[in-house]
Design a protein. Structure first.
Length: 232
C-alpha cells in the first residue's frame, strides 16, 4: 500500500489557518524564558532597576540622627550573611548588630541613609575625630541585598564625599575584603587609591577644600530630606 506524505504547509499558510481557528501562534519572548534572562543589551544596573521598578532619581539621601536608630538597627538586621560579611569584614550575629546600632553615634560619627519610598535601604558612616588636624575619617557602606546595583552606593558616596569635603577632611579611608567586588568597583569608580594585602583592600581618598558645588550638594540634599520628613 502506498502512503502519501502530508502536503507541506508554509509558515505563512499555517499562521493564516491558526488565525482562522482563533489560535494565535505563540511568539518567542525574552521575558518567557524559564531562566528569566534580561535582554543582553541591558546592563546589570538597568536590569536590576527594571526588576525592582526603581530609578536612581527616587533615592532620597539624608542625614540620620539618634532619633533614627530604630531604622538603622532594622536596616542592619535585614542584611543577609554575605552583606553582613561585606559590611563588617566578617560574620556578625544579630546581638552584635544590636549593640553596634546602639552605639553608632558615639564620638564624632556622621551617618547618612538612602531611602526608597520611605524605607531605609542603605547607610554610609563617616567615623573619626573632626577636632584633629589634618582630619582623617573612615567611611563604611552597607546596602540591602535586594536593593543593590540601582545607584544607592553612588548616591551615598557622593553625599559622604561632600560632607567630608565641607568639613575640611583631608583623608578618607575605606577598607573591604578582597571578595567585595562591589565596594572595590565603587572605590575605583571615584578614583580612589587602592592598596591590597593578603585578604583585604584599603582605599584612600583625599578630598579637595570645600567648594560652592559641594556645599550646595549637601544643602539641597538636607532640604529634600527635611521636606520629606515633614510629610511622613
Amino acid at each position: 500500500m502506498l502512503v502519501l506524505a502530508p502536503p507541506r504547509v508554509s509558515q505563512h499558510e499555517r499562521r493564516r489557518q491558526q488565525n482562522q481557528q482563533g489560535t494565535p501562534m505563540r511568539r518567542a519572548s525574552i521575558f518567557t524564558s524559564s531562566r528569566r534572562c534580561w535582554p543582553k543589551f541591558l546592563g546589570r544596573q538597568e536590569a536590576q532597576a527594571m526588576r525592582l521598578n526603581r530609578h536612581p532619581q527616587e533615592i532620597l539621601v539624608s542625614r540620620l540622627y539618634a532619633a533614627n536608630q530604630d531604622k538603622i538597627r532594622d536596616h542592619f538586621l535585614r542584611l543577609d550573611i554575605l552583606s553582613r560579611r561585606a559590611r563588617f569584614c566578617g560574620a556578625i550575629s544579630d546581638y552584635r548588630i544590636l549593640e553596634y546600632a546602639k552605639n553608632i553615634f558615639r564620638g564624632d560619627s556622621m551617618v547618612c541613609g538612602a531611602s526608597v519610598d520611605g524605607q531605609l535601604r542603605g547607610i554610609v558612616e563617616l567615623r573619626g575625630d573632626f577636632h584633629s588636624w589634618p582630619t582623617t575619617k573612615e567611611a563604611a557602606f552597607s546596602v540591602e541585598p535586594d536593593w543593590q546595583n540601582i545607584g544607592i552606593g553612588d548616591a551615598l558616596f557622593e553625599r559622604m564625599f561632600a560632607m567630608a569635603q565641607n568639613r575640611g577632611v583631608r583623608t578618607i579611608q575605606m577598607m573591604c575584603l578582597k571578595e567585595n567586588s562591589r565596594m572595590r568597583h565603587l572605590a575605583t569608580k571615584h578614583h580612589t587609591l587602592l592598596r591590597s594585602n593578603h585578604d583585604a583592600v584599603d582605599a584612600v581618598l583625599h578630598p579637595y577644600w570645600p567648594t560652592l558645588e559641594s556645599v550646595m550638594k549637601e544643602v539641597v540634599g538636607e532640604t529634600r530630606g527635611y521636606a520629606h520628613r515633614l510629610f511622613e
